[in-house]
Design a binder for this molecule. Structure first.
Ligand code: SAH
Length: 361
């Protein structure tokens, strides 16, 4: 029988010392044999967590209409890429394609490009999409054809590895995974420290035990997308839970069967994520000859895109139960105490105006 992921991680720590959280996360999520996205059925009521496209068809439909408008603003390029990063069950793309099918010109010009590392999920996506459009799968964004691109990612950035630094004795040490006497994985602070130049100014006031998170992987990923868009023109839209201003705090979470789990107890068996620092991502792409728009909340974005009107339209002439369901779905997506405020929408492009985003002030 293949050696368990836990044993392989322990052997690695024995040989090379504690694993920085970012590396531990990479093993747990992306290991080819036992990584979370290879083995699990993460998304949906029967999975570990529910994402916005799974909450309501309205989410994908409104993003589809947003993409259709962006395509017009780009001058209706033919052909063009509609790229989705980490498409999960394929629901968002399915709903987007249905909504955009109102434009025959868009449907004829679109090249759907799914960027997915999990073979298991790519199979599910392929079944869900059927032969709705010309669809190609890649494991890396660099493989998409050289042409204008509309790039969408929902709850994708949060799964990419990040580092945590913990203030201890006045210095910021990296949070790492080691193991204790009984060979259980446990948290240890690494010897390396973070240069205070890389921290927000207020770090001086933070007490010992404070946590700072940074993700080079996410910044590099978004910078790479900015390059692709600058080269061939296009727009990028990222939706995720996170904050608009870089700050301090531990946002690491492990989710299994819709509840919080211990991230160290069974590597590869739960979803490991953290909140996305949109401030850092904005800094990474600003000044690169692109329009970078102010970050919006998901609630603001969906309401500006016509969420309530869409719910009204779908419910027209339907029974009370259907209308009530649509109302609850809209509330879950947009109310501040549900997904409305925690989730943010971040976009940049090669075009000056991209409703509903305000221009950078
Ligand atoms: N966007 C979907 C799913 C989010 S879960 C939704 O909203 O429902 C994260 C998705 O990203 C999964 O499909 C996972 O397999 C994929 N993924 C994780 N790391 C990836 C990587 N490095 N490159 C491409 N896809 C990745």
């Amino acid at each position: 029988m293949a050696e368990s992921l836990l044993n392989r991680i322990i052997r690695h720590i024995e040989m090379s010392g504690p694993l920085p959280l970012a590396e531990y996360m990479h093993w747990c999520m992306s290991d080819r044999q036992s990584g979370y996205y290879q083995t699990g059925k993460p998304i949906g009521q029967k999975g570990d967590f529910v994402t916005a496209p799974e909450v309501s068809q309205m989410f994908g439909e409104l993003i589809g209409i947003w993409a259709l408008n962006a395509w017009h603003e780009l001058g209706c390029p033919k052909p063009f890429n509609l790229v989705e990063l980490g498409p999960g069950n394929g629901t968002l793309m399915k709903d987007m394609l249905r909504a955009t099918s109102i434009s025959e010109a868009f449907a004829n010009a679109v090249n759907v490009q799914m960027i997915e590392i999990s073979g298991t999920l790519a199979n599910i996506q392929s079944q869900v999409l059927g032969n709705a459009a010309k669809v190609e799968w890649h494991t890396e964004i660099d493989k998409v054809p050289d042409q204008p691109s509309i790039i969408i990612a929902n709850e994708f950035l949060d799964v990419l590895p990040f580092r945590q630094y913990v203030k201890s004795g006045g210095k910021w040490h990296e949070n790492c995974v080691g193991f204790d006497d009984t060979r259980n994985l446990s948290w240890v602070l690494g010897a390396g420290v973070l240069d205070t130049q890389d921290l927000p100014q207020e770090h001086i006031n933070e007490p010992d035990g404070a946590v700072f998170e940074v993700s080079n992987t996410r910044e590099t990923f978004v910078t790479n997308i900015a390059k692709i868009i600058r080269k061939n023109t296009g727009v990028a839209l990222f939706i995720d839970y996170g904050h608009m201003k870089s700050g301090f705090g531990d946002t690491f979470q492990a989710i299994r069967e819709h509840s919080f789990a211990d991230p160290l107890s069974e590597p590869g068996k739960c979803d490991l994520t953290s909140h996305v620092d949109f401030d850092a991502l904005k800094r990474a792409v600003t000044g690169k000859e692109l329009e970078v728009y102010p970050v919006m909340t998901q609630g603001e974005f969906l309401l500006s895109m016509g969420l309530l009107q869409r719910a009204g339209e779908l419910g027209k002439g339907k029974d009370a139960a259907t209308q009530e369901r649509l109302k609850l779905e809209a509330e879950r997506l947009a109310l501040p105490d549900k997904m409305g405020n925690l989730f943010k929408v971040f976009a940049f492009s090669t075009i000056p105006d991209l409703p509903p985003f305000a221009k950078q002030g």
